[in-house]
Design a protein around this ligand. Structure first.
Ligand SMILES: [Zn+2]
Length: 373
C-alpha cells in the first residue's frame, strides 16, 4: 500500500514537470512502474534514503567498487558492498574491483584471481577496471601500463571462465586531452583544473586517448568469451558512431550510460534515436550517483532530491515526445544554474526503454535481477 501510494506521488510529480502529450505521460507512468536497474552506482554507506528512492521509483542499484580517487581502499569497498547485498538483496547487486598498482609484484595475478573467486562467491557480478590503467600506473621501464598488457590476461581469462563481466572505465573523458578552461579571474572551471594529473593536453610524453582506447579494444577482441561493458558510454560519449563501430566489430561489447545522458542531447536527435533503436540490446542505464561515507541529514536530503531531479529529467528525455529545458543544469554549482536552451526528447519505443532500463542489465550482468520481485 505504502509503495503504491509512493509510486502515485512520484508519477504525479513527473506529470507536474512534464509538458508533453497525454501519450507521453502514459509512457512516463509506465516507465515509472516497470522494474529498472541503475547499473552504475557508488553506495559507500547504508542509507535509508536510497531504499526509499528505489521503492518509490522501482529501481535496483548495482554498487560499483572502484580504484577511483575519493573512495576508500578496495578491501573496504568490497566488505561494504558484500554487507549491503546480504542485507538488502532486493535493492543491491555489486561489481568488484582489484588493485592494479602492485601488478609487478611476484604472484600478483594469482592473488587477484583468489580475491575475485571470493568476491564471485559473495555475489559479485563483474569486475571494474579504472582509468589509472592507461593514465597513471607506470611499468618499471617507465612506460604506462595499458589494459592489453599480458599481465592482465590470466585475470580476464578467469573472469570469462566464471561467466562474469568486465566493466571498464578507460581514458574517459576525452576532454582530458583538451585545454582546461579558465574564468576571467583565472579560476580553472573544469575537472582538470582540480586534477592536473589527468590533464594530458599538450603533454606528448603521455599516452593519447586513441592509444588507450586501442588497448581497450585489443582486450575486447582477444577475449570474445568475455562480456565487456564500457562504462560512461565506453569513453566514446561524444559520438554514437564511435560506439557503433565497436558494436559492429565486437558482439561481446556493450556500454552503460554512467551519468553521460547529456552527451546524447548534444548530438543530432535522429542519429541518437537510430542508435538506440538499432543497438537497443547494447545500452544500459546508469547515473553514477550514490552515497558518501559520512552524511549529514541535510546532505542526505539534498542527494535524494538530486537523484529525483536527474532521473526525472533523464526519463523525460528518453521516454517522452517534446522538449525539455537544458543547459548546465545538472552541474554541482549552487545555486543550480538555470536552463539556457531546450533539447528535443527521444520518445523511444517501450520495448527499447525496457531493454535500456532493465533487460540489458540482466543480460550483460547475469544474476543482477536476483530477489528483485
Ligand atoms: Zn562511477
Amino acid at each position: 500500500m505504502k509503495n503504491k501510494l509512493m509510486t502515485l506521488l512520484a508519477v504525479s510529480m513527473l506529470a507536474f514537470i512534464s509538458s508533453g502529450s497525454a501519450q507521453s505521460q502514459d509512457k512516463l507512468d509506465w516507465l515509472m512502474g516497470i522494474k529498472k536497474i541503475d547499473v552504475h552506482m557508488h553506495i559507500k554507506s547504508d542509507q535509508q534514503y536510497l531504499i526509499d528512492f528505489m521503492d518509490k521509483w522501482n529501481f535496483k542499484f548495482c554498487n560499483v567498487a572502484t580504484s577511483a580517487r575519493g573512495f576508500r581502499d578496495v578491501n573496504g569497498q568490497r566488505e561494504n558492498a558484500k554487507k549491503l547485498v546480504k542485507k538488502y538483496p532486493r535493492y543491491y547487486a555489486w561489481i568488484t574491483t582489484f588493485d592494479a598498482t602492485t601488478f609487478e609484484e611476484e604472484g600478483w595475478a594469482d592473488r587477484v584471481i583468489a580475491q575475485l573467486k571470493d568476491d564471485f562467491e559473495n555475489g559479485a557480478l563483474g569486475v571494474k577496471v579504472w582509468k589509472n590503467i592507461g593514465m597513471e600506473i607506470k611499468k618499471s621501464n617507465g612506460e604506462y601500463l595499458q589494459l592489453d598488457d599480458p599481465v592482465f590476461t590470466p585475470v580476464f581469462e578467469f573472469i570469462a571462465s566464471r561467466g562474469k563481466t568486465l566493466l571498464a572505465h578507460m581514458g574517459e573523458p576525452i576532454h582530458a586531452w583538451m585545454p582546461t578552461y579558465f574564468t576571467k579571474e583565472g579560476v580553472g572551471r573544469n575537472y582538470w583544473a582540480k586534477r592536473p594529473e589527468y590533464s594530458f593536453w599538450d603533454k606528448p610524453d603521455k599516452p593519447s586517448y586513441s592509444d588507450i582506447l586501442a588497448a581497450r579494444d585489443h582486450v575486447i577482441e582477444r577475449h570474445p568469451n568475455l562480456r565487456f561493458v564500457g562504462a560512461h558510454l565506453g569513453s566514446m560519449e561524444f559520438d554514437v558512431d564511435e560506439m557503433i563501430t565497436r558494436f559492429e566489430k565486437y558482439p561481446n561489447f556493450a556500454v552503460e550510460i554512467g551519468g553521460r545522458t547529456r552527451y546524447f542531447m548534444w548530438q543530432a536527435r535522429g542519429k541518437v534515436y537510430d542508435f538506440f533503436t538499432r543497438y537497443a540490446d547494447r545500452i544500459m542505464y546508469g547515473t553514477d550517483r550514490g552515497s558518501s561515507l559520512v552524511m549529514t541529514d541535510e546532505q542526505k536530503k539534498e542527494t535524494y532530491e538530486e537523484m529525483e531531479y536527474r532521473n526525472s529529467l533523464f526519463m523525460r528525455y528518453y521516454a517522452t515526445d517534446g522538449e525539455i529545458p537544458w543547459g548546465n543544469i545538472i552541474a554541482s554549482d549552487r545555486p543550480r544554474p538555470k536552463p539556457t536552451y531546450k533539447v528535443s526528447t527521444l520518445d523511444l519505443p517501450k520495448d527499447v526503454l525496457e531493454k535500456v532500463f532493465y533487460k540489458n542489465a540482466v543480460r550483460w550482468f547475469p544474476g543482477i535481477d536476483k530477489d528483485y520481485k
